[in-house]
Design a protein around this ligand. Structure first.
Ligand SMILES: CC(=O)SCCNC(=O)CCNC(=O)[C@H](O)C(C)(C)COP(=O)(O)OP(=O)(O)OC[C@H]1O[C@@H](n2cnc3c(N)ncnc32)[C@H](O)[C@@H]1OP(=O)(O)O
Length: 852
């Protein structure tokens, strides 16, 4: 049993870091992964042992982990998972405790659970947490007895058999050493080790020099890897001229990485051999795993399990491999024979085929690479791991991702939002849902999904070519300070095209541009015009468009014109060029067409805008009571009023009635005047249908309205007090497959619905997010008093959105929520109708891969 003897870094929810002293289990299990969160309200911590982590996907198989918080932990003993737990959000279930956890599975015997509790209690004590509650699921009767043995009290027993155990912890002197600003990087460290091995064992390199393994061995050597390369071969004494060994450990040197190209059946033996040699990373190139069917999937799971038990991270299987062009490490453990030159771009490709294309295209365009990972079937290492690694990697300035599916999309969105602040992330990802479906179903359509990416700071592109178009620009040029473009060229046709392309990308042509030097201008004039644009305070970015001179017209060659460009590369404004050779001349990205050049600039300008935008803060609003919200959900999931009230959202009361008499009685209670609404199922746009009567001031008017309405729409009606008129708005909350809960805002009415005029933001919503959301729908000018209308209280709408976002963040059982209509007035708002859909349990993570 290994004990933890290094300090543990803890990432707090506010981004700061604390360090916990080591936990030394006497002979207890290792706590391998433990996630939690600290905040004012909810004191969670998230900490890791220095042991390799169980990948999130594995956790999710065992644990009902709420993706949003990752509050889960796993206990390993002897390499086996013996207990898996998750943290509950504090408020709802155990409001009076500061930390709660749920033990879901501890089937491997007595004692484990109690040791686990000791550790957790210890951690809580160190964190100065005063009260601690454990929840034990009914299947674990043995655990309950164990806890009882330790004197924990049964605090509450629920009808479903769940028991809450309670044990007070006297707060002791906090041993937390707060190191703000330093981020926890366990994952990043394990990836760093994988990309910078001291020695490499290669499994599956044929002595004949043929086949995949031999090719890998060749690539490793050709790239100039300076550490030991050890071919592991069952019988040969040498492979490709290198001494080969039947077992990696026999070579005697430090082996950090195993590159594997053996058939899936042999993988188990390879893992054991590599582990015995001390390897901490596996790059499995072999195909025949999950992509090949259930048997392969089982083999893949076995591979991942064996690797993790031995403390190894796994890249692949069925992948192209990993590469590092670092100063000290030249590593090409990929099937691609030639790597691009060293550079500042980290490339992740889920697909091997696209990875090959990306590498080849990057080489062709002269785009330098810092490191490359193709994750294939992603048995362990995923794009999210790489995001975390590159965030801190000093060799990487730009992150380029090719993604097909996401194991954990919410984590991606959150990570990207964070990382995008320091390094741009360019991603090619499949659409969230096929085009055309957006307007019909609930939730954001493709356009909105693109906007959601943009709000996460991710530059989303549509093609592999564009991935590199943008990558090249980011890697070589500064970000634009604004959207004003100085177009300089030697052809009016091309500069005109560039101006049109700018408009299409939301860029503006700067005043005095395009500057057309004409077809007879020489390179010197071209250079002067570019220099003038670069010096122009009204210009944020330059587009240089160049048409090759007709033969005999000029003595200057295309190369002379190319040479004119570097001048601009020295200024602090990005320049893109067209019609020059495909390579990057002196750092100025060149594109085959004006449209491509301007589109890349447009994407980068949008990212620069995002960076300039203040991220805002999460407002601490009064009248928010998550515990009351949870209680409301428990009492009746279909009545949203209590749930909303717990988040400070008041819904105008509405009383159901089935007869004129009942309606009149309701009106008397609510107070005149009232509105009468048909309550039949499936009725939408009731006002348009005549199924709403407003301003009924007395009983005769009410009875008349009831008689007319019930004749058409049936006996069921709702009686509501009249509220002052306002602009009808709609607020929605839905689960998006890529972003988790997202809050939507739009104006009411059939027209805006038909046009899909809704703006969306992922949860949690900051004050800035909410204010932007209110202003974003195309119909939003109506809220500002368009054409003589009266401006409404947009701050109240923004606050409502923040409250809905908070509700979504707190209550994972809420699947969807609609407030429609919300009447916005100059002096506040009224929520007239609310529907909520609640799941039986917290949204369970989808274990299968999801399209982005
Ligand atoms: C573009 C993309 O899609 S990404 C790339 C995805 N990956 C791929 O496409 C790879 C596809 N290919 C495969 O999966 C192959 O089946 C592989 C790599 C697993 C096996 O390739 P083969 O060439 O058939 O391997 P083969 O069985 O001949 O073995 C090669 C050598 O490994 C040796 N070997 C076999 N088992 C072991 C082992 N456990 N340890 C060490 N060496 C071993 C063999 O003895 C043989 O050497 P020899 O010829 O000197 O005797």
């Amino acid at each position: 049993m290994t004990t933890v003897d290094q300090p543990l870094d803890v990432l707090l929810s506010d981004g700061s870091t604390v360090q916990l002293r080591p936990i030394r289990p006497a002979d207890g299990p290792e706590i391998v992964a433990m996630h939690a969160r600290f905040s004012e309200r909810t004191r969670y911590l998230r900490y890791f042992s220095p042991y390799p982590r169980i990948p999130d996907r594995d956790l999710e198989r065992f644990v009902n982990v709420d993706h949003r918080d990752r509050e889960a932990f796993v206990v390993l003993a002897g390499g086996r998972i013996v207990a898996v737990g998750r943290y509950e959000r504090l408020g709802p279930k155990v409001p009076e405790a500061e930390v709660a956890f749920v033990v879901e599975d501890a089937h491997q015997g007595r004692g484990i659970g109690s040791v686990l509790l000791e550790h957790l209690a210890d951690a809580a004590r160190r964190a100065g947490i005063g009260h601690f509650v454990a929840e034990v699921l009914p299947a674990n009767g043995a655990m309950q007895r164990v806890f009882a043995d330790f004197g924990y009290q049964v605090r509450r027993q629920y009808a479903d058999g769940v028991v809450h155990l309670s044990f007070p912890i006297a707060p002791t002197e906090a041993t937390l050493e707060v190191q703000r600003g330093r981020e926890h990087r366990t994952e990043a460290r394990s990836i760093a080790r994988l990309l910078a091995p001291r020695g490499i064992a290669v499994y599956g390199a044929s002595a004949t020099g043929q086949g995949v393994g031999a090719a890998l061995l060749g690539h490793l050597r050709d790239a100039g890897f300076t550490g030991a390369i050890v071919p592991v071969h069952p019988s040969a004494a040498t492979v490709a001229g290198l001494p080969a060994y039947p077992s990696a450990a026999d070579a005697g040197g430090a082996i950090d990485l195993a590159v594997v190209a053996v058939a899936p059946e042999a993988a188990g033996a390879v893992v054991a051999d590599a582990a015995a040699a001390g390897a901490h990373g596996l790059v499995v190139i072999s195909a025949g795993f999950a992509e090949a069917g259930p048997e392969g999937a089982a083999a893949q799971r076995a591979l991942a399990r064996a690797a993790h038990a031995a403390g190894m991270r796994v890249v692949g299987p069925n992948c192209l491999g990993v590469a590092n062009t670092g100063e000290r490490v030249r590593l090409n453990a990929t099937l691609a024979p030639v790597l691009p030159a060293r550079g500042r771009v980290g490339i992740f490709s889920q697909s091997g085929a696209f990875g090959t294309a990306l590498l080849a295209e990057a080489s062709r365009r002269g785009l330098g690479l810092s490191s490359f990972v193709s994750a294939g079937n992603r048995a362990d290492v995923s794009g999210n791991d790489l995001l975390q690694y590159w965030q801190d990697d000093p060799a990487t300035d730009v992150i380029v991702l090719y993604l097909e599916t996401f194991g954990n999309p919410r984590k991606f969105a959150r990570l990207a939002r964070h990382i995008g602040r320091s390094k741009p992330v360019v991603a090619l990802a499949s659409p969230a849902r096929p085009p055309g479906l957006g307007g019909d179903g609930p939730g954001p359509d493709e356009v909105a999904v693109r906007a959601l990416f943009a709000h996460s700071g991710v530059i989303r592109v549509d093609t592999v070519a564009e991935l590199l178009d943008v990558g090249v620009l980011l890697a070589n040029q500064p970000l634009p300070r604004g959207r004003r473009v100085g177009v300089v060229g030697n052809s009016s046709a091309l500069t005109g095209l560039a101006a049109t392309a700018c408009a299409a990308q939301g860029l503006t042509v700067a005043a005095g541009y395009p500057a057309d030097v004409g077809p007879r201008a020489g390179a010197a004039e071209f250079a002067a015009a570019l220099a003038a644009a670069a010096a122009d305070d009204g210009v944020d970015a330059l587009v240089a468009v160049f048409a090759p001179p007709l033969p005999g017209q000029l003595t200057d060659t295309e190369a002379d014109f190319t040479a004119a460009l570097p001048l601009t590369a020295r200024v602090d404004k990005p320049t893109v060029a067209t019609f020059l050779a495909g390579r990057v001349p002196a750092g100025v990205p060149a594109y085959p067409s004006v449209e491509e050049a301007v589109r890349a600039l447009g994407r980068v300008a949008a990212y620069a805008d995002w960076l300039r935008r203040p991220p805002g803060t999460l407002p601490d609003l009064p009248r928010i009571d998550p515990a009351a919200g949870q209680a409301a959900l428990r009492s009746d999931g279909t009545d949203p009023a209590g749930l909303l009230a717990a988040y400070g959202i008041d819904v105008v009361p509405s009383v159901p009635a089935r007869s004129a008499g009942e309606a009149a009685a309701a009106a008397a209670t609510l107070g005149w005047p009232v509105a009468l609404k048909a309550a039949g199922p499936g009725l939408r746009h009731r006002l348009d249908l005549g199924a709403v009567r407003l301003d009924l001031t007395d009983e005769p008017a009410l009875r008349r309205a009831y008689a007319e309405m019930s004749a058409v729409f049936g006996a069921d009606v709702l009686v509501q007090p009249m509220v002052p008129p306002g602009v009808a708005c709609v607020v929605e909350l839905v689960e998006d497959p890529a972003f988790g809960p997202v809050v939507g805002f739009g104006l009411g009415g059939v027209a805006t619905e038909l046009l899909g005029d809704r703006a969306w933001r992922p949860v949690p919503l900051t004050d800035t997010d909410a204010a932007e959301l209110v202003d974003e729908p195309r119909a939003a000018p109506l809220l500002r008093g368009h054409r003589g209308g009266i401006p409404v209280d947009r701050a109240a709408l923004a606050e409502l959105l923040v409250r809905v976002g908070r509700l979504a963040d707190d209550q994972p059982r809420v699947r969807s929520l609609t407030l429609n209509p919300v009447l916005a007035r100059p002096d506040g708002l009224a929520v007239l109708h609310a529907t909520v859909r609640v799941g039986a349990d917290a949204a369970r993570p989808d274990t299968g891969p999801r399209r982005l």
